[in-house]
Design a protein around this ligand. Sequence first.
Ligand code: BGP
Length: 487
Amino acid sequence: MSELKQFPENFLWGGAIAANQVEGAFDEDGKGLSISDVVKVVRPEDRKKMKIPFPTTAEVQEALNDTNHKNYPKRYGIDFYHRYKEDIALFKELGFKTLRVSIAWGRIFPNGDDTTPNEAGLKFYDNLFDELNKHGIEPVVTLSHYETPLNLTLAYKGWTNRKLVDFFAKYAETVFERYKDKVKYWITFNEINCILMAPYIGGAFLRDHVAEGELLQAQFQSAHHQFLASAKAVEALHRIIPDGKIGCMVVGMINYPNSPHPDDVMTALNDQRNTFFFTDVMTRGHYPAYMTSFFKENGITIQKEAEDDAILKNNVVDYVALSYYMSSVSARPETEGEKAAGNLLSSLKNPYLEASDWGWQIDPKGLRTLLNMFYDRYEKPLFVVENGLGAFDEVEDDGSIHDDYRIAYLREHIKEMGKAIEDGVDLIGYTAWGPIDLISFSTSEMSKRYGFIYVDQDDYGNGSLKRSKKDSFYWYQKVIETNGEEL
Ligand code: BGP
């Protein structure tokens, strides 16, 4: 046993998945298509050319005409829609206190703008939450995890259109009413700041929806609409589920200056604000002062209605949730140097860090620092709702999978969380990303695996879908059993 005794007794240990990456059954029981259902897989040979998709209307049309679903793995996922009971039994065996899931908005409102919800979709999540609660696993539910209904993209230009605020508010109210006795922890938008790096996935608008030179305007206007939608969800949650808690969620990025050169330091501060801007608005209830000059310099004018400021001010979140995979290095524009990879960032290589098979720079200490930065700034509970290592796994002849690299990654991050708690940070839980192998967000590949549980399926959609336990399964089980003392 180590000397660690940092994690509070009721710490929420668990895992995180998202509907679009696990459920499959993309057109069953009345579900409408989501923006993720038309994102094409990046085949292994194209990995290096990989870019976050920002399609045109024509490209979406092409995807709609393509009935070879193997090109669009998020359409079939890992068949969680039909196998959730088996998977939850495995999570129970792992000792999970919580499971973070998302609701596919399009199962509830297939077109996003429907007047009445789809009962079959509501029923599916009734069953899912009942199954979790039956096993004593607390559901943490994200309302929007890259699952905006595709119709809202095609007919409304996604979040650039203010009408989405009320469509979302209606969806949020509907699910709060329905699940008020089953779900207490909610998250509004997954990685809301990703709209700056991934306008389609985050903002659900297409390349040809935006005039030349207007992209930043569209991104920040969409973000404003999402802030309002989030605030309206917060209002509804507090009214409908008074003992519930609702958080915002961001890509937790820490931006180191490339050198002590004051211009590098300023660049790093500005990059850090790509994260803090979002949490500032949703925890403090107003736009931070530093955005005024940024908007001015970039010719951005946020279209606001008279009531917007009050909506934001009166409905701040209860906690701040974040994903954390890597850190980033910021340098003044003229700096030359080798770039590191990441699904959402562009950073210089950090000579002090190792990188994952996908080039993501592994930095457990950065997590401690970042948690401290967030807590210093907001003094609100924090929740690490994603963290993990995407890696290739090899199945041995006897079926075992020795993923010591994953254990090492998670161990170091959990240690640093423990230190952050000692530093005084109020950290309420940790849900490892992809406790069961799932479809990658950025590449739609299957071979980028995060799980404690292996799923027999390849990048081409072939496999038995059989679930089996990796070495990390037994390791994480012990971590939870000892409340983080045995790592
Ligand atoms: C986050 C997303 C997740 C997830 C994770 C890993 O940005 O919220 O949905 O997939 O990153 O990313 P990837 O799947 O690209 O490895």
